[in-house]
Every structure is written in structure tokens, then in C-alpha cells.
Ligand binder design. Sequence first.
Ligand code: PRX
Length: 653
Amino acid sequence: MLFKPITWVKKDPEKSNVFWPSDELKKRAWVNADSIYVEAAKDRVAFWAKLAREGIDWFKKWDEAYREEMPYYKWFVNGKLNISYNALDRHVKTWRRNKAAIIWVPEPLDEKERVLTYFDLSREVNKFANVLKTLGVKKGDRVGIYLPMIPEVQIAMLACARIGAIHSVVFSAFSGKSLQERMLDAEAKVLVTVDGYHRRGKQITLKTEADKGIEGTPIQKVVVVKRMGMDVNMVEGRDYWWHDLMKNADSSCEPEVMDSEDILYLLYTSGTTGKPKGVEHHTGGYAVQAYWTAKWDFDLHDEDVFWCTADIGWVTGHTYGCYGPLLCGATMLEYEGAPNHPQLDRWWSIVEKYGVSVFYTAPTAIRMFMQWGEKWPRKHNLNSLRILGTVGEPINEEAWLWYFNNIGGGRCPVIDTWWQTETGGTLINSLPGIGPFIPTVAGRSFPGTNHDVLDESGSPMNIGEGGYLVQKSPFAPGMLRNVWKNPARYKEYFSVYSEKYYTSDGARRWDELGNIRLTGRVDDVMKVAGHRLSTAELENAITSHEAVVECAVVAAPHEIKGEVPVAFVTLRSDVEPSDQLIKDLIKHVDATIGPTARPDKIVFTNELPKTRSGKIMRRILKSLVRNEPIGDTTTLMNPESVQLLKDEVGYKE
Ligand code: PRX
């Protein structure tokens, strides 16, 4: 056994499982001693400046590494670079030219994988960059990307970056209406989409959703990848096939010289209001954080095969399914389909077939595999795995240990990475060569970053105590720089505690080493199967149905998905509740947001519990679905509503 579990001083029974890296892992790791944290903390700006010099090729060096004018900050001021140059050109000049950059695995078993070497990828990106130019895309223009997990998604992203266009990727399982909302806000000029794709044995048509999403937006041109050969509607003069445009495109396109603080991409994410926000990531700092976190968190070496299972529509897909590994010159695996198609061992068969060595997924997936049983991973030789990662939501101890033992064979550290769409790259996790690896405890702040856990008044918590997680100056280089067209929402991150970035996450300081346990969101944002969802957005979607008068959505705990939305719905007086209506409401949510937002349960009620001033008491609804003590209801306008709801949700006193 490479990993020796050591026993912590058992003051607290929760602290019994603590793992440290083996000598073998330490020897191989890029970083393997605590001194890295000490060195970084001496001068964090100087530390990042050193990483920026060593990790990224700059066309022109910066004048100043960090400048802060709260709530704004800049990294590598006046530095010039191009991230696609760093992800492609610099590798193509070396022996990596014919190294696999992307191994793409289609869902149908009878289709062959596609391997794109760095040279192939570079050629495709250059060509598509020229295509975008011929479609009139210029530096600073926004390009929407609504694609599933096919290599064209990375090609399109990198092509945008090459010419300085700002990409805005929209999750392909989001509805056309969600796409439209984002494209309107981003004022995108061009959209890249697909005819359709395979998912769990089904053929999904995406072009029809894309057509809905384009309506009323400034999108003038649409590029359609032919993945399936489906018969789709193509609008003359607006829609073009990807392969037609690529046929004669020039395979060399000079990379645009980008300022370190030029916008690289927008990624819409859910906040506490009904409208998603366009998180802005800028080029230089993001490149530096993506490169070093990919390299150190996953101890990425040239011989590794890195598989991040996250969809490209989420930030994890952006940073660890595209930019990070490619900046490192790594080989990345990309899989089109579902984990359970055609059988429950599909993922493990892929790990075995391609010798995946670093595997990064979400706790929800792990819990799903746990439920399906050990026999599925056992069918496969998973000895190629060296490092396991998890992200997106708190991981429970049972799932952590199951992953560690059944997937990692007790050899591989589990790197539990805490971060957010806003932070651009990972921030709190243990490093493979340093440890410790403690189930449910993400780890320490990445070298050069600085977090704290505070109480409501802003005082730091003691070890063992829970509070609110914040990040302190200097803010990590990959952090958001703004919210697109909405600086007021950006400023909110820095207004809860002065001079600090407020994460909206609960956390507990774990030990004197600086390890931190994350305990979940403290705002009205849910993590449903790791997907970020705002209760307000879902409430808006449900109330926009003609039968609904009022609705409140709260998160209920769920064994596999972590959390699921439960919707309390008041209907118009002339509408009767029925199973059909539940189906209609779910269909309506699918069409408004997408199937990932589907409520797990819809509870019809004539009255929602309200304060005397008419405000819905979500706190009570939360307690009801969590089976927690409800507390005082005497101040309610309608305390009797609570009793009725107790019966509806099966609340046990
Ligand atoms: O609550 C935290 C949770 O996911 C939130 C961020 O969601 P999103 O922007 O979709 O980004 C997810 C992928 C980076 C956080 O506020 N979260 C993320 N990672 C962890 C986590 N909670 C606990 N442990 C984690 N490792």
C-alpha cells in the first residue's frame, strides 16, 4: 500500500482518517514540502510573479505584478500575451507537436475515438480563428458557444482566444430560452452550435433549441457542427456548416496580442436573484492560475492522461477540461456521453482503455457509482490511476473513502478542490505531494492565496469553529474582474466584509496547519448534483406558468445529488392540482431553464407561510424539507399553513 493511513490524535472521532503521501508520490511531485506555503506567504505578489514568469510565455513583460484599487484589482499590468499561443504554439515548437492533446471518446461503442495531437489542434484552431474573422468577428466581440462535449468546443474557445474575441459558453443541456437570455446580455454576434449529439443512447437535437435561443438577439451568423448528420433547419445567409467554412480556411492565424487584463471569457452563473450573471475572467491572471493549479493540484506530468468529467458548460470544464491541461501540454480525455451508457461501467472502461492517470469528478457522480456497487469498477483494471480529484459540492466521508478505496485502490490521494465560477481556478485543496488528505476537509489555501473563516461581525473563528469563508488580498490572479455590464453585482462580493471577497460558503477551520472544511452555501444558491442553481431563477420559471400564482423553492438534502429543489406552489383558484399539472410544470422548467433545474418535488398549497408583512418565510420551508425543528411560528400571518404543509411533506415531529 502506497498510502499509510496514520492515526490522528483522536480528540475528535471525525479526525481518525488522515492520509499522507507516500515517499514515491513525494519524489515524483512538482511540490512536496510545506516550505512552498511558507515561501509563498512571505510575499504573495512576488510568488505569483515568479509563477507567471515560469509558467506562461509573455509577448511583453508586465510593468507591475499587482495593482489593487478596491474593489478592483489587476494582475500583470501592461503584460501582453495570448492564451491560445501558450496552449498550442509553444508546444508545437517542441517534441509535443505530435503528442495527443485531446483523446475524444464518442458515446456510441461502434464509433471510433478521435485523437487530436497538439499540431492537429493548433491547425484546427488557426483555421477556425480565420473563419471567425471572415464572419466579421473582431477583438472584444462576443461569441456564443452552445456545444456538447466534442472537440469543436475546445477548438472554438481557443479560436476566440486567438483573435481576442470573448467566448461565452452555454451548457448544452440548458434550454434555448436560457441561451437567449445569456446571448442577449452578452450581445453576442456569432453563435457556434451543433446539429445534435448522443446522450444515454438517445440522439439529442440541439439546433432547434439554438434556433429558439437566437431569436431576438443580435446574433447574425451561426456556425453549425455536423456531429450527427441530422436534418436540421438551416437559415440561408445566417447559418453555415462548420465543415464548409473550414474547408478553405487558412491554417495560420497570427495570435492577437492581448493585454493581461483583456477579457478572455464570460461565463454565466446563478446568483441569488432571478437573473444569471456574466462572470468576467481576464487573460493573464487566469492563464497563470489555470496553468499552476492544473500542474500542482493534479501533479500533471507529460506522461499523464488527464480526465476531467465536468461538462464544458461549467467553469470546471473551462479550466480543467480546456485551458489548464492544454497550457501544461498535457493529454486530455474528453467523453461525449453518459456514465451509464451502455452499462454502469462505461467510465471505468474508458479509464482502463486509455490508461487515464488523473481523474477529476464530482461527489454526486461518486455517490451514484457507490449506489451502483463495486462490481462495476471491479470489472476493470484501474491501476493507471495515480490521482483522484473531486469538486463542486461538499463530499461526505463515506463517498470519499469509497472513491479512495474502490477507484483509487487505496493508492491515489483524493484531492478535494474547493473553488467557484468566480475564482476561475481551484483555491483550497491539499496538494498530492504534501497532503494531508482528510475526508470532508478540502485542505489549505493554494500557495500565494489567503483565506479566513469569519463570524458575522468579521472576527476570525478559532480552530474547530464554523463561520463564513472569505478571501483576503492579494486576490488570486484567476479571480473574476467584474460582472458583465453589472458592476453593482460585482461590488456585492466585496461589500459583506470590507476589503475581502465574500464566498457565500460556510466553512470550518480544521487545524493548525490551515486546513479548511467547506460546509455548503449560505445563500439561496443550491448545488444540485454539483450544478449551481438559484432558487430565485427556478421560482421565476415556475411562476411564469399560467396556472401558478406564487411559488417558493428551497433545497432539500438528497443522498446522491447532495441537494435537490423542492417547489411549494400556489395555484390560481380556478386550477385544480393534478399529476398532469406536475408534468406540465416540469416540462415548463425544462423549457425555461433546462432539465438540470427540475424540482424533485412539487407541493401544492393554498397558502405559503408568510410574515405579517407578506414575506414568504423560506426558513420554515427549509426546516420542513430538512425535518429540522421549525421554531416559533406565532409571528406568522398564517401559522395554520405550516401544519398543513407538515402533512404534505411528511414532516416528523
Ligand atoms: O458551495 C461551493 C461549492 O460550489 C460552489 C461554486 O459553484 P460553481 O460556481 O458552480 O463552481 C463549481 C466548480 C468550481 C461553491 O460556492 N463547492 C465547489 N467545490 C467544493 C464546493 N463545496 C465543497 N467542497 C468543494 N470541494
